[in-house]
Design a protein around this ligand. Structure first.
Ligand code: FEO
Length: 392
């Protein structure tokens, strides 16, 4: 437990054991599931945590409020990383009322069999008094599920924002930020956004507009630090990402079976390096320890304006790990990117043509016909120097 202010206590947990968030996204620095107590004449708990932390979680809560009961459990978001321990809270605090909105009702019944009489259904702008302070509720659909809402505590100028402004990465014992912490989390925040919320740029923009009417001084998200000193930087980054705004630079993404497409990718990286062009390179087949695969590639697609994709021709199609990446781009409605494709083939050059077709369908600007090359990579067959000049 950590005291955030006179009324707010952090009772979240760090998960350093889980390898893949949502079963998909690597967690090299862990992740936190944040939960908060607002302690007044009444006690409100904002969201719960993932299962596996039952004992630790109840201990944290009891450390903050002793034998006092939890009067309200506010469910901002029903994804199980935040809702798994709802039943535990109901068992520990039999009189707790669960504060939800209408869209949450079928989900909480379906996941937990929660009876109707336990639910307190709130709508846009509704207020719940806790005594000397009050909670206000604002809907934020699709940030990240349709039932998502945020909770505003005006007396503390604090927003409990759900997944919005969240990041991968465990938090320190004192989760409140200090100057400069944002830079430490910046890359993991972009990766979190691009992996989890990236499809929902328009709803994030809508939520940001709504929040801009509030004098927010503290952001209590469900993942990552409590943002106070760095709140401005965090909001600015989410604003840029949800507009799909990027800087000039190249995200090289490739898969390779026998190293020829990989050699071409490395050659391009070297040429970009020589020219001082910002770039990132990702091996989707994850041949090296620590590779983030699609997860890391998506992060850098949200940073840079140019995507260069390498795929060998495989079964007369795109190499499957690269196809997965293209599907991920499409799912996130990425727009406004320059695109170029390359890759090795042995007898039929299909992959580059198919990659170009997919990129064109997503509205990307094709920078050329691409560079399919037969069999082994050589500089003569696949001139990455020329391509680097084109990308500059
Ligand atoms: Fe962290 Fe959408 O749950």
């Amino acid at each position: 437990m950590k005291k955030i202010s006179d009324r707010i206590f952090y009772v979240g947990v760090n998960d350093d054991d889980k390898a893949l968030f949502e079963g998909l996204w690597p967690l090299p620095y862990g992740v936190s599931y944040n939960s908060y107590l607002v302690v007044d004449e009444k006690v409100a708990l904002i969201d719960t945590v993932e299962c596996g932390f039952e004992e630790e979680y109840l201990d944290e809560i009891r450390e903050a409020i002793g034998e006092k009961p939890v009067d309200y459990l506010v469910v901002n978001h029903m994804e199980p990383d935040h809702s798994s321990l709802i039943s535990l809270i109901c068992a520990a605090y039999p009189d707790v009322k669960i504060v939800v909105n209408a869209k949450t009702v079928p989900m909480i019944k379906g996941y937990h069999g929660t009876p109707e009489e336990r639910l307190l259904v709130v709508g846009e702008g509704d207020t719940l008094s806790l005594g000397t302070c009050s909670l206000n509720f604002y809907m934020a659909p699709m940030v990240h599920w349709p039932e998502t809402m945020v909770t505003w505590l005006p007396e503390e100028k604090t927003v409990f924002s759900g997944d919005a402004f969240g990041t991968f990465g465990a938090v320190a014992d004192d989760p409140t930020d200090e100057e400069g912490l944002f830079e430490q989390y910046r890359d993991e925040m972009i990766r979190y956004y691009s992996n989890i919320v990236g499809k929902y740029g328009v709803p994030v923009q809508t939520a940001l507009k709504k929040l801009s009417a509030l004098p927010v001084e503290r952001i209590c998200s469900t993942h990552g630090p409590v943002w106070k000193e760095c709140a401005f930087d965090v909001v600015a980054l989410y604003d840029r990402m949800s507009r799909y705004e990027v800087e000039r630079g190249v995200c090289i993404v490739y898969g390779s079976m026998y190293g020829n497409t990989a050699a071409a990718a490395d050659a391009l990286a070297m040429e970009l390096e020589k020219r001082g062009i910002p770039y990132a390179i990702h091996d989707l087949a994850c041949n090296n320890a620590g590779e983030l695969g699609v997860s890391g590639a998506l992060r850098d697609v949200f940073k840079y304006d140019t995507i260069v994709v390498g795929s060998p021709t495989y079964n007369n199609g795109i190499f499957p790990p690269v196809e997965t990446f293209m599907n991920a781009l499409q799912a996130r409605l990425i727009k406004g990117r320059r695109f170029y494709a390359f890759g090795s083939y042995t007898w039929a050059p299909a992959s580059v043509r198919l990659l170009n077709e997919r990129a064109a369908a997503m509205g990307f600007e094709l920078l050329g016909e691409g560079l399919p090359f037969p069999q082994a990579y050589t500089e003569q067959k696949c001139d990455m120097s020329k391509l680097a000049d084109l990308l500059a």
